[in-house]
Design a protein around this ligand. Structure first.
Ligand code: MF3
Ligand code: CO
Ligand code: CO
Length: 248
């Protein structure tokens, strides 16, 4: 990796603080999200809470994105825009939160089942979480970042799920999206090693059906072409001297 991908102590402290607020917001959403609420109401709560903590919501006005969070329901893969749609029992929702404190970004997303959901939906959510957690667990400092995609591929293959290729994880810190691009699938060429001091996200998007993806008219919302369910979990991680640390 280029030297500029290695964070200073000060950078790391800033990123950690931002990641902690992001985590706090995602935790609190567990008590707020239930059948009957709209994604606009969730967006407003996150906006208010972020400002209350003297932070800024990174998505708001980012490349023209109109809201403070991404809310991706059922067949929406990512970048869903909050609206007045009411969440109903059986829906699966992804909320992606990114806070900025003192110019530092903290990026994470989770799945929220709305009331009782089907066994298939629960399986997809659980396996996608396993993809994220297992890829972090198996990654070691100085490993090539290929390991992430290798681990996720094995798990997805076992379940006959597909991996979205169009989007990936990313370095983060002073900017929302920095190098390197993190592939969630198997790559044949050898990629960058993960060196101590790097900070990046891992954020696999897994589909029940085909990996094919369509971007809607709003130029943001990514949906599965076959309308099958899609799930995503995301953490920001730090490569320490001897292990990978989860910051969110
Ligand atoms: N949080 C998303 C990510 O994980 C990016 C959202 S960009 C937005 O990279 F503009 F849609 F908010
Ligand atoms: Co991200
Ligand atoms: Co995100």
């Amino acid at each position: 990796p280029n030297r500029k991908l290695i964070k200073s102590r000060k950078d790391l402290e800033g990123i950690k603080k931002s990641c902690q607020l992001t985590k706090f917001i995602l935790d609190e959403l567990n008590t707020i999200i239930k059948p009957g609420i709209t994604t606009n109401e969730i967006d407003k709560w996150v906006y208010d809470t972020t400002l209350k903590h003297h932070a800024k919501p990174a998505p708001l006005n980012y490349k023209g994105f109109p809201k403070s969070i991404c809310t991706s329901i059922n067949e929406v893969i990512c970048h869903g825009i909050p609206e007045d749609r009411i969440l109903k029992e059986g829906d699966i929702l992804n909320v992606d939160v990114t806070c900025i404190i003192d110019g530092y970004f903290g990026d994470s997303c989770r799945m929220y089942p709305i009331g009782n959901i089907s066994q298939q939906a629960k399986r997809l959510i659980d396996v996608t979480k396993e993809c994220l957690e297992e890829s972090i667990k198996q990654l070691r400092p100085f490993d090539p970042i290929n390991k992430i995609g290798d681990v996720i591929s094995e798990i997805a293959k076992r379940e006959s799920y597909s991996i979205v290729k169009m989007f990936g994880g990313h370095g983060t810190g002073n900017q929302f999206h920095e190098d390197p691009f993190i592939f969630h699938y198997k790559k044949n060429e050898k990629l960058m090693i993960c060196a101590p001091g790097m900070v990046f996200t891992i954020e696999p998007m897994i589909n029940e059906g085909s990996e094919e993806c369509i971007i809607l008219e709003d130029n943001w919302t990514a949906v599965t072409k076959d309308k099958s369910l899609s799930a995503q979990w995301e953490h920001t991680v730090y490569v320490n001297e001897d292990k990978i640390e989860i910051l969110t």
